[in-house]
Structures are given as C-alpha cells and as structure tokens.
Design a binder for this molecule. Structure first.
Ligand code: FMN
Length: 331
C-alpha cells in the first residue's frame, strides 16, 4: 500500500495555509492538527504579543498535537515572533520579506521550525541559504496575496531542481483543492501541499457563512491590486470575481481604501474595526454590512469546491484520494 508521507514530524504532508486576517483561528487550526496535518494560525498585522499568546494558548486547549503560526514580515512583527519562540510553537511560517540565517538559527534554538513561503526562484534560493526547514512555493494560481507571477506548474520543478541536495522539503501552494492536485504537485517535485481556499470553505474556518457559500457557488477569480492598497501597497492578490469586482476592477491607481465610505463593521482578533470600500479585510464570522462589496480571496481551484466539510474531512480525502490515485493509476 502506498502511504502519503508526513512532513517535519507531522503525520501528513498537508499544510493549511495561514488565513488572514483572522480566518484561521484556533478552531480550524486545532481541527487540522487533530487530523494529523499542519495547521497554521495567523499572527496580527501589528505587534500584538498578548493576542498571539492568547491564540496559541486557545489552540492548545483544543488540541494536544503540534501546530504553527504564520507571520507576514511586511508588517511589524518582532514582538509577535518573540512570543512565538517563547511559546515554542512547532512551526513558524513567514511570508513577504527576507528571513535571514541568524533569525532562523534563533528560532531553531527555541525548537521552532521555520517555513518560508516564496513565489520566485530567487526567493527560494535565499530561503534555502538561510537554512529554513521547508519552503512553500506559491504559484500565481493562489488565493489571497500572491507574491510571484509564475504558475506552480513551472516554478515548482525549477525550485525542486535548485534546492536538490539541500534536504529541504518543498510544499506546493496555489490552486490545489483535491487529491488530483496533491498528486500532481508530488510529481512536479513537492513533498507536501499547502491549501488555503479549500480550508476557508470548511466548517471550522472563521470566514463568514456568506463568503464560504460564495466559494461553493463561484468559479472565477482574478489577479488584481484594487483591495487594501493603503494598508499593503504593491501587494497583488487573487480574489473572487463578484458583481462588485466587475464594476470596480479598473479602479484608478491613485484611489485606495483610505478615503472611501464605510461599508461594514467587523472584529479582528476581538477588536472592532470599520470596513471601508476596497479594504483588504475579508468577511469573517463577526462581519456585518455590505458583504457582497467586500473582498473575498480565492485561488483558481475554487470551481472545484462543492461543499463546506469539516477540515478533518478535507485532510482525510486528500490522503486517501492521493493513495488511491497513486495505486490505481501509477502502479
Ligand atoms: C483568505 C486567504 C487568506 C490568506 N492569508 C495568508 C496569510 O495571512 N499569510 C500567508 O502566508 N498566506 C496567506 N494566504 C495564501 C496561502 O498561504 C496560500 O499561498 C494560498 O492559499 C494557496 O492557494 P489556494 O488558496 O489556491 O489554496 C491566504 C489565502 C487565502 C485564501
């Protein structure tokens, strides 16, 4: 029997990508961890050490299994990382910035493994040189913020060739929703897969039910930069094509969310926040207002999502489905 092999000491080579802001909370991460995969919380976009500690401790109440947390390096993060190391979380995922060797070494001294998500060959090379424990290769198919411009189909084998001999596992991200995508990524040189959109549409995710339902109904996405320009300039994202998006997709480049009307309210990590038009905040379970006009991140695999299962079911069907495909098609 072919078995899917685990990663970094975890039972399965499946990663639930960190889903910001405040979509992959303790419930989702614990459900993924309990299913034997790598669940990632998402640290806030400001230095908020108390919030980070609370997220970690709440997750530990729900699972005894190891899990991780994602940090966006573009935003203030030093205090958040201090707490992540103090709490000795199993995995720290970093994205959108450099993470040099001395910082990776410091994490290792606390027993924390580092995974860097990259979107280019150059960044994969830097991450490998810094001594990270795994690299997530993000293709342009991915939902949420997208750091590179290349498809996974071509970038993944290039990164695999580049870091051959380094003994650093590669994890594929972008457009993967089911076991077919998982096996395809393995064939292209990955040892694991990272899914974002698929996990947004699960029972335990903190996404608003309206957003989850849109992921079931919709099948088109677009690569754009119209959302969150003031908060995170120059960061492109992949979003669901909605009526709102179709009206505004050619937004002049000098317009951003700052001077826009308020279209709703939300709580991010229990803190009240206004949602402005063109803000980069996706609707979570607490959001009220004009949800249809809010950004909804999604990867190109979205048309393959037909239901909202428990997260453990997603992990189980990836593992069993991949074993089935390998045994029946390739043996
Ligand atoms: C709603 C949403 C939020 C995301 N937030 C983050 C984040 O905070 N940090 C990060 O590294 N990646 C984030 N991502 C990207 C994922 O890490 C991953 O690259 C992507 O989801 C893979 O593509 P897929 O959505 O097609 O599975 C997000 C993705 C989505 C869909």
């Amino acid at each position: 029997m072919v078995r899917s092999s685990g990663l970094l000491g975890f039972e399965h080579g499946i990663v639930q990508g960190p889903l910001g802001p405040d979509i992959s909370g303790p419930e989702l991460v614990a459900a993924v961890a309990n299913a034997g995969a790598i669940g990632l919380l998402r640290a806030p976009d400001s230095d908020s050490p108390d919030v980070v500690r609370k997220l970690i401790r709440q997750t530990r109440i729900l699972t005894e299994k190891p899990f991780g947390i994602g940090v966006i390096l573009h935003f203030p993060h030093k205090e958040n990382i201090r707490v992540i190391l103090e709490e000795r979380v199993a995995i720290m995922q970093v994205y959108y910035g450099d993470y040099p060797r001395e910082l990776v070494d410091e994490a290792h001294k606390s027993g924390v493994k580092v995974i860097h998500q990259v979107g280019s060959l150059e960044d994969a090379e830097k991450a490998a040189a810094a001594g990270v424990d795994a690299i997530i290769v993000q293709g342009v198919e991915a939902g949420g913020h997208v750091i590179g411009k290349e498809s996974l189909m071509t970038l993944l084998p290039k990164v695999a060739d580049l870091i051959r001999g380094h003994d650093i596992p590669i994890i594929a991200a972008g457009g993967i929703v089911d076991a077919r995508g998982y096996v395809a990524a393995l064939a292209l040189g990955a040892q694991g897969v990272c899914l974002g959109t698929r996990f947004v549409a699960t029972k335990e995710s903190n996404a608003h039910p309206f957003y989850k339902q849109k992921l079931v109904e919709a099948s088109n996405t677009e690569y754009t930069d119209i959302f969150g320009r003031a908060r995170w300039p120059g960061a492109a994202q992949r979003v669901l094509v909605t009526n709102f998006f179709n009206i505004w997709k050619h937004l002049p480049t000098d317009v951003n969310e700052d001077q826009q009307p308020t279209i709703g309210h939300t709580k991010i990590y229990e803190k009240d926040q206004e949602v402005k038009r063109f803000s980069g905040i996706v609707p979570n379970a607490t959001t009220v207002g004009d949800l249809e006009s809010m950004v909804m991140y999604a990867g190109q695999g979205v048309g393959l999502i037909k239901e909202i299962p428990p997260a453990a079911e997603v992990v189980r069907s990836l593992v069993e489905g991949a074993q089935h495909i390998i045994e029946c098609k390739f043996n």
